[in-house]
Design a protein around this ligand. Sequence first.
Ligand code: ZN
Length: 644
Amino acid sequence: MISEIQHTKSAPVKDVQIEGGLWGERQATNRNRTIPAIYHQMEITGRVDAWRLKWKPGDPKPHIFWDSDMGKWLEAVAYSLMTHPDAALEAQADAVIDLIEQAQQPDGYLNIFFTAVEPENRWKNLRDWHELYDAGHLIEGAVAYAEATGKRKLLDIMCRYTDHIDARFGRDEGKLRGYCGHPEIELALVRLYHATGEKRYFELSKYFVDERGQQPLYFDVETVARGEDPRNYWAKTYRYCQAHVPIREQKTAMGHSVRAAYLYSGVADIVAQTGDAELAAVCKTIWDDLVQHQMYITGGLGPAHANEGFTFAYDLPNETAYAETCAAIALVFWAQRMFNLEHDSRYVDVMERALYNGFLSGVSFEGRHFFYANPLASFPNVNPYDRFSGITTEQHYHREEWFDCACCPPNLARLIASIGSYFYSTSNDTLFVHLYNQNRSTLTVGGTTVRLAQQTNYPWDETVEMTVGVDAPARFKMALRIPDWCRSYTLSVNGAAVQAAAARGYVTIEREWANGDTVTLRLAMPVERMAPHPEIRQDAGCVALQRGPVVYCLEQVDNGPRLANVALPREAKLEASFDANLFGGVGVISGEGVRVEPGEWQGSLYQPQSVVKVMQKPQPIKAIPYCFWANREPGEMRVWIREI
Ligand code: ZN
């Protein structure tokens, strides 16, 4: 049953106006370039027209995920409209929604492929065919669009479809005990419940979460019903889709990493609503496993291409890291939910790591090219998609304009457009400040409206200045996150130092706030050499450079070729500076490295060292933020640098 439990809530997207700084610029690029580019790609690949359901034999087939691409694009548009109204963009979205409306079947069913191409296969293969996943993304788009514009058309469409789904799946007599191979609808249904107040939608989400992995396994049942043998499952194990055992029995992050983190996000949503202690413990246990054993320093998840997911503890290869952009996004979703359950910054620390690194690397600086996989090292002819095929067609791994399976670009667009929501959470008496970037926000704490303005050039600068605006003096707590990477900080209110220790990662100031009060937080941000856990064999003997939340990398364009031979002496001085001419202004790190190579090499592949005379030559090194790699001259890249 649903009980309304008081947790903190993330700030509504519309209430956080980001102005300039890294996220302001990324949002402007998202608005001006990425969102239009995605629409253009959807148009030229047939994803818009496909809603007309005109497919006939001989035409190229729509892909079974196309509905989800549009759902995510509409969601991105909705968030963008919340902070930056745009009549033309809204009209474009309205036209798409009209097409979607016409594609809905009389019984409420809505799916391009299984209406136009293979209507006989509706709901026949939940394991692989993504109908509920598609529905989930359209639901999320619908909820966001209604909130942004007040227009309910898509929301009503999706309620009709959800009613259809609710009538088909569940434990009642005559229903199928199915659930989706690719989780997503679970978290979407909770959003739909909040948008409509319809408790059936929440109960359906809860059903999907709890039914997953129950015996007899539904994926076996439906496979047999199709006349196939479950032992021939292409992925070999239901661990791939987290359906091998019920979620309450799961203890480690496993399988396809996007599916995993979407599922865990849905589970956290159920916990937020019900207070289910057993599910809360599952979330925590899996979270701990993930961040202690299976996460890249960039916040990337899932090293393997084979299952687009997890392998085993401490297995974190760099050149072949899959680390799908969508997986970093899903981690951000889950982290936000975990914070709102527990009010502990350890979740936001991971969220920030993913946001500034393995997520942001997913889009080019100019905004029209995307990574699917986000490796932590790159070498010519090594492609993280194609680990074992030898020479690939790509000389250097680079971002693409689009993908056949285009999950990442619109996913990235919706997160950048809604990034403001991740800056703050509020409860009845506390305003939590999670992220730092220039912005003007209007937040509600208890009954008080607080206008908060941040001035900062974080993450390149250490200082964040916040100005509080209130109509009348008001008492509440402001909890400022002290990131896990920060080892010393100073804090003052109206110029007077505040001595306060952080608890669960937040330092809390409780006072009667007056209009114009200023808070100044200085987070010491030295360049850190990050050491890898000794079990991570792929990083042994290496360090990564991090300053603030930003992980840096070496690129060939700055440091020459054969980056594997570039080493950093342990005592080498490293200096952070701001390069105003690089990517609109970013931090860079420079220092004195050495190049460890033989002076020359003649003859066979392997030779005694005494013969070839390996030498160390001074080499200045320059590291740039990892998230901006592959935006200049193509070449090698490395996050983990040899240390000597
Ligand atoms: Zn993706």
